[in-house]
Design a protein around this ligand. Structure first.
Ligand SMILES: [Zn+2]
Length: 150
């Protein structure tokens, strides 16, 4: 099995985009991406679950402290429901920097990176989709938003 990276600098690189592959994108991904090598474009369902249950960073894969950071689209921030797992604030900032020039969809997002929102919180709820939800992906719902950077 692949060992979890321990820092942002140790992340594998996406072969096509040349950017770090966050832990939550790491093994084989959802849908059409399934079975391919690590790629930064989509989320990996098993890793997302692992992040939620083991409380590890969605970017570097090591244990979380506080505050917790969430990055996502304005719509996710407005709904208070993020698809990308919680991360260290420092990792979130490094990832946003690394993605600054990327125009391809990454980490399961379709919104342009410059529109993304960085939210911090102290705690979150991990919510699995209901039987009738069109979106079959689980979400991370911050309990209380501490800061929000748009
Ligand atoms: Zn981290």
């Amino acid at each position: 099995m692949d060992a979890a990276p321990r820092s942002f600098a140790e992340l594998p690189r996406d072969a096509e985009l040349g950017i770090p592959v966050p832990f939550a994108c790491g093994t084989d991904s959802y849908g059409e991406q399934q079975g391919r090598p690590p790629a930064a474009s989509l989320l990996d369902g098993r890793r997302v679950t692992q992040c939620a249950l083991s409380r590890v960073c969605g970017i570097c894969g090591s244990g979380l402290g506080r505050p917790l950071a969430f990055i996502g689209s304005p719509e996710e921030a407005d709904r208070n429901a993020f698809h990308f797992p919680a991360s260290h604030l420092s990792c979130a900032r490094l990832l946003l920097d690394a993605l600054a020039d990327v125009t391809a969809p990454v980490i399961g997002q379709t919104e342009p990176i410059e529109s993304w929102v960085l939210t911090t919180t102290a705690a979150f709820e991990y919510v699995r989709p209901g039987r009738d939800d069109l979106d079959r992906r689980p979400t991370f719902q911050p309990h209380e938003v501490l800061t929000e950077t748009r």
